[in-house]
Design a protein around this ligand. Structure first.
Ligand SMILES: [Zn+2]
Ligand SMILES: [Zn+2]
Length: 317
């Protein structure tokens, strides 16, 4: 823990007093240096819920005292080909919270108002935090998996993202099979509406229309392809994955699709927050004080957090 100076504000910036910040697997990849690090030292954390403490001269969307959320996408150029066609998540100049810019494992954070999101009134701070990355990525992965148009979905790994994706899928009347080694995670998945739970390699009762892998384990890819029916999509939702073992063409033959999800756009965040309020999604959250961050990252590494971990950085509501 160190004291840092308060960041300076640009014309479009919000100075946000952080109330809570969700802990994401990406924070672990950053802290352990498993992905290239553009800025060091860096304050991690990209599921920030806080209140606006001060505003830059040209800020219009938010006012002092408003509650805002800050997701992973912290800024995109708005003018490149990707940005112009609605793929700002792929912008080469994009900056990410707690990666290119200091994030929310802190008392204060600064974000351009155009990349902050309002938090629906129905959600408390801690309940809302996991929606900002786990929820957004799960939602984008679900869309790529076929959304409400599929009948049977498989989820591999059951952490913060999967437990939100599961509830959205059930809301869309999609049958869900959850694959995880952790018996406590299987229980939670069943309680949240999963029709089948088991471990990788077990038969979920017939082929799946689509599947999402949330765990950063490449060896899951051939196993998940094996469980997929013809025309099915396998979505890889993590920012990092161990090497994928070689597999026979037969596993992807039959127009099966293998694709990744890279970051998310502002509409993804807005849509999942609206949907979460309408369902309403119950986020399973464990809260911890800010100074426990290193211990919590270790717990996340060993998969001993029940669903989503949230750090309380200030007086949470
Ligand atoms: Zn994240
Ligand atoms: Zn761009």
């Amino acid at each position: 823990m160190v004291d840092l100076p308060l960041p300076a504000l640009g014309a479009h910036d919000l100075l946000i007093r952080v109330r809570v910040c969700g802990v994401c697997h990406t924070d672990l990849h950053i802290v352990e240096g498993e992905i290239p690090l553009p800025k060091l030292p860096v304050v991690p954390g990209h599921q920030i819920v806080g209140t606006v403490e001060a505003t830059g001269l040209q800020v219009q969307r938010f006012h002092t005292g408003d509650r805002v959320g800050v997701p992973w996408l912290n800024w995109a150029c708005g003018t490149c080909a990707y940005c112009r066609r609605g793929q700002e998540n792929l912008c080469a100049a994009a900056r990410f919270t707690g990666y290119h810019v200091d994030g929310g494992y802190a008392e204060f954070q600064v974000t351009d108002e155009r990349f902050a999101v309002p938090i629906p009134a129905g959600f408390g701070d801690t309940a809302a935090a996991p929606l900002l990355c786990a929820g957004v990525i799960g939602y984008r992965a679900l869309r790529f998996a076929g959304g409400s148009a599929i009948d049977r979905l498989g989820l591999y790994g059951f952490g913060a993202s999967a437990h939100i994706a599961l509830q959205v899928a059930r809301h869309w009347d999609v049958e869900v099979a959850v694959f995880t080694r952790n018996p406590e995670h299987r229980q939670l998945a069943a309680a949240l509406g999963a029709q089948w739970t088991g471990t990788v390699g077990e038969d979920p009762g017939g082929p799946l229309d689509s599947a999402i892998i949330f765990a950063p384990a490449g060896e899951l890819v051939p196993a998940a392809l094996r469980a997929l029916g013809k025309g099915g999509t396998l979505v890889l939702a993590g920012i990092h994955m161990s090497p994928i073992p070689q597999f026979d063409y037969e596993l992807i033959w039959g127009e099966r699709v293998l694709r990744s999800v890279a970051n998310a756009t502002r509409p993804d965040a807005e849509q999942v927050l609206t949907l979460a309020a309408a369902i309403p999604i119950q986020t399973e959250v464990e809260t911890f004080p800010l100074d426990a961050a290193n211990d919590i990252l270790l717990k996340l590494k060993h998969s001993t957090i029940r669903a989503a971990a949230v750090l309380t950085c200030g007086p949470a509501a």
